[in-house]
Design a protein around this ligand. Sequence first.
Ligand SMILES: [Zn+2]
Length: 354
Amino acid sequence: MQFSQIIEQHDLINSLIRIYDKRRLSHAQLFFGDEGSKSFALALAYAQFLNCSNKIRFKPEDNRPIIADSCGICPSCKKFKILSHPDLHFIFPNTTTKKVDSKNSSELLIGEFREFVLKQEGVIKLNDWYDFLDVGNKQGTINVRDANNIIKALSVKSYEAKYKIMIVWCVDKLYYDAAPKILKILEEPYENTIFLLVTDDRENILPTILSRTQLVKIPTLRQESETENKYLLLFVEWLRACFFYKSKITDIVKIIEKDIIKLGREEQKQFLGFALEVFQNSFAIKMGLTTSLNLLENTDQKFNSNFPSFVNQNNIEQIYKELDKAILHIERNGNAKMIFLDLSIQLGFLLMIK
Ligand SMILES: [Zn+2]
């Protein structure tokens, strides 16, 4: 699949190309959008572009909305087109079928998956996949065999391509016993391997995955959701108090008691996941990677223009760690008030680091 086959997403495509050109490619990227947002098709076109040996560059006089594309005809592109390049791997939700009646894995259903993706021209939905497999109401997962297969596939050298590509579709369907293995792989990147994680269900992504990936948000025609706005306002208010934690500790306590506690554990985790995204996005802006992947569009201008200047290479890792730790403690039923209070002070301290 080529970028030119995906209409409507030119700004995002150009951002992805610029990231590649600046050699700031992250080894793990999370493509997320709403269902039908072509997140998978984009990941596929991106993978083909990365490995194309004869990339096309467009000049302004070519009058094309995108700045570059894969060629579509080199040996690598030809194999990507039919989804059978030896360095292109797919992991996707799977379950038992008539053909595979036990020990199901993505590996055993790869033929069906290729056929499905080609039939749908890359724009795929989970329910259509289950219909295609004819599995009734059964729901699939990405299981521990899939995680083991990823490790197996990655431990051999790439056959012919520059990058070995692992596309994990619906990473929100990661089964709990497979998650630690995947997290470990994301933490300790393999050489020349790019993970493209894809989801249309961001709410159910493990926050620990969010912190280990570069986010690629696929915009939809619909504006920011209400949930996002709700978290955004709370985030801005809370973080403003954190900046002045030494003099505003009572304000922090008030925000925690009045607004954060009442969210409940699940939403507290989502809120922290959202906070992670804002930090990642701000760091990407700071590094000059992007302006268009901006999650902060709806905040007031002052916060929007000031905030990225507080995030830098000296504090970002520690900020991720503190957020990760808070999410973990919330998951383990820790005292939410203490967890958020501690986090607020840590963030306030970290944001002062230049
Ligand atoms: Zn090519």
